[in-house]
Design a protein around this ligand. Structure first.
Ligand code: PLP
Length: 391
């Protein structure tokens, strides 16, 4: 098969789960992406927060190719070095006890849900069919049945019933409602600290602190979904560091592998020994090549790197607010939500793409998740197009 009409074949032969933009990506370098016609785009999406080091970072390519030339996969029935390295790095930098490796955000959250249910059943004596988990309205936790049901947005549930039982939804920032919902059968509360798909909305610190305190008092597990906010995205390794809390589980995915599919759960003291052999697993989870990529990503994201992310964030935020048509910028670090008063976000995203800038939507906002390594020159180039696309 030499040549193929990509767009036509895609439309006819690939399940239409995505309404794709009219662009076929072909290659990239740093924060620049090129389509099959050679047209250049500044990428403010990083593959939805995945390519944390940008396209084709040299150190990352070296780490990944060295590993692929040694061992591309090995069953989780055996030890592999890259997994241990990532586990060591993540636990030493967070103070969490153990890690479980999955391949995606949804799988990471499924793992946390199963762990919470087993904790409820075996440690709290909650009857198996009564265990409850509280998540927030407007949240997003993934597309598999459990993670989708955890997602507090009814439009994601439509037509996919019957849904797994035991999920309750609390309004974000409403501590009274959370107190009401958190009864004796509640095994866990799960939340994103900056709701990503839900519109880049940061939770109030007071609510998060009160929720953490409530969970501690009632022996309810606190699960923080850092699939989007984690691995340096917000200018800290994990966003929960801004909130002064100690979660019982932290789920991560998107940015960890630098572009390779990877996700996982960090377990605290209460949860690190809940799952036992036979309880849970995945064939691909912790794949050595993905883990080699993660080792490179984590070793690059040191304190200085995180400070640079915070500096780039305030520069980008400030410059965005100077653009006529931009009325607000929300978010943390390089996870930003831009409110426009000139046109709907979806129209903006389409027009900006045609002009050579890749952006995302999140509800009514334009969402930006550039690679964490984006240069000021690339930011300026992107901002120039952003300004034009606001006209
Ligand atoms: C993207 C995302 C998920 C789902 O991750 P997948 O890898 O697409 O399964 C879960 N939670 C949050 C907060 C996300 O942003």
């Amino acid at each position: 098969m030499n040549t193929i009409d990509i767009k036509k074949t895609d439309k006819n032969k690939i399940a239409s789960t995505y309404a794709r933009h009219d662009m076929a990506a072909s290659s990239g370098k740093g924060a620049r992406c090129y389509d099959t016609d050679g047209k250049e785009y500044i990428d403010f999406t990083a593959g939805i927060g995945v390519n944390s080091l940008g396209y084709c970072d040299e150190g990352w390519i070296k780490a990944v190719t060295e590993q692929i030339n040694k061992l591309q996969h090995c069953s989780n029935l055996y030890y592999t070095e890259p997994q241990s390295k990532v586990a060591e790095m993540l636990t030493s930098r967070t103070g969490m006890q153990k890690v479980y490796f999955a391949n995606s955000g949804a799988e990471a959250n499924e793992t946390a849900i199963k762990t919470a249910r087993k904790y409820g059943s075996t440690r709290k004596g909650i009857e198996a069919d009564r265990g409850k988990m509280i998540t927030l309205k407007n949240s997003f936790h993934g597309r598999t049945l459990g993670a989708m049901t955890a997602t507090g947005q009814p439009n994601y549930h439509e037509d996919f019933g019957p849904l797994p039982a035991g999920f309750r939804y609390c309004e974000a920032n409403n501590i009274e409602q959370l107190e009401e919902l958190a009864d004796g059968d509640t095994c866990a509360v799960m939340m994103e600290l900056v709701q990503g798909e839900g519109g880049v909305r940061q939770l109030d610190k007071a609510f998060v602190e009160a929720a953490a305190e409530l969970c501690r008092k009632k022996d309810i597990l606190l699960i923080i979904d850092e699939v989007q906010t984690g691995i340096g995205r917000t200018g800290k390794l994990f966003a929960y560091e801004y909130f002064g809390i100690e979660p019982d589980m932290v789920t991560f995915a998107k940015g960890i592998g630098g572009g390779l599919p990877m996700g996982g759960v960090l377990f605290g003291e209460k949860t690190c020994d809940v799952l036992q052999p036979g309880n849970h697993g995945t064939t691909y989870g912790g794949n050595p090549v993905a883990c080699a990529g993660a080792v490179e990503v984590l070793s690059r994201i040191d304190e200085r790197f995180l400070e640079e992310v915070r500096e780039k964030s305030s520069y980008l935020k400030g410059r965005l607010l100077e653009i006529p048509g931009v009325s607000d910028v929300s978010g943390l670090g390089l996870m930003l939500g831009v409110t426009l008063d000139v046109k709907p976000a979806a129209d903006f995203v389409k027009e900006a793409l045609a002009m050579g800038l890749m952006t995302l939507t999140a509800k009514e906002k334009v969402r930006l998740l550039p690679p964490l390594t984006i240069t000021y020159e690339e930011i300026d180039k992107g901002l120039e197009i952003f300004r034009k696309a606001c006209l």
